[in-house]
Write a protein that binds this ligand. Sequence first.
Ligand SMILES: NC(=O)c1ccc[n+]([C@@H]2O[C@H](COP(=O)([O-])OP(=O)(O)OC[C@H]3O[C@@H](n4cnc5c(N)ncnc54)[C@H](OP(=O)(O)O)[C@@H]3O)[C@@H](O)[C@H]2O)c1
Length: 311
Amino acid sequence: MEGARISSLPSTRIALVTGGNKGIGLEVCRQLAGNGVTVVLTARDETRGAVAVEKLRDLGLSSVIFHQLDVTDAPSIARLADFLRTRFGKLDILVNNAALSGLEYLQDHVDATSTESEEKASGMDMTQRLEWVLKRCRETYDAGKECLRTNYYGTKQVIEALLPLLQASDDGRIVNVSSEFGQLRLFSNEELKQELNDVTNLTEERLDEVLAMFLKDLETGAAEARGWPMVCSAYKVSKAVLNAYSRILARRHPTLRVNCVHPGYVKTDMTLDSGFLTPEEGGSRLVAVALLPAGGPTGLFFAERQEAPFV
Ligand SMILES: NC(=O)c1ccc[n+]([C@@H]2O[C@H](COP(=O)([O-])OP(=O)(O)OC[C@H]3O[C@@H](n4cnc5c(N)ncnc54)[C@H](OP(=O)(O)O)[C@@H]3O)[C@@H](O)[C@H]2O)c1
């Protein structure tokens, strides 16, 4: 049946999750499938993706399909779009979850087991937990550049390729997995903060210029002096720009629902299992927005299960 259109199930919703092989993404796949949605679980690595799909099938979730997707690889995105077009002819829910932290993890700490991390992190507040993580990482220019390439440019390329399929749905939704680290209050450059919040005048070309400026400042060590957010700089900038792009998209495509969601501080590989929430709890916050009733809000940011400011 590969390639054949499933026309006998017109009411089945089709969702696609990027970076679905582990962490929050895997949980989102599990919960969407548990809600009767047909889920295309994507992963950049075929083996990791296939293992994840098997895990979900073992739980009795048979409506999960695997397709390879590296969000930074244009041919990979094109193959995925072809697959969806032929197989379903539409896409109802796109969850852009795949991301990098912009940090280089020090090998011996990445190998720490989840139990070890949990024991060390318990009793710490948010700041202490972050400090604990940062002691086990290095912020480098190369990791920062890769972070922007994945979190912003990769996500944007996926959205652009899948837009016609989302528009073919009668209720197309995009959930961009963002972060409270993308809130503009973390920028100390007031002019930039205002510009990134002024969605009526903001353009994609300007966002490209902003990112080019940031990378230059990161490379020359001028990031702090120029008012960019500090600590996990590239990650914060990537999510802030993703938020701005989401707002532009929401205005441009009023028939779609385009929202950004902070899942909370979650125990995953990205946080070296130091978060407060389980992937199940974090994932449920994203699924709640993905499954909002028809005609719901668009162009918003959600945190802690409610609307939150972009600033
Ligand atoms: N954990 C938190 O506390 C937290 C807080 C706020 C926001 N978030 C956001 O939540 C989302 C999920 O994060 P997580 O904590 O679950 O992180 P994670 O466990 O590190 O998972 C990240 C996922 O993204 C995938 N990925 C990375 N680069 C990719 C690429 N080029 N193409 C396709 N997939 C790629 C990874 O694949 P591989 O397995 O192949 O590396 C993995 O599946 C991210 O958007 C993150 O920014 C997380």
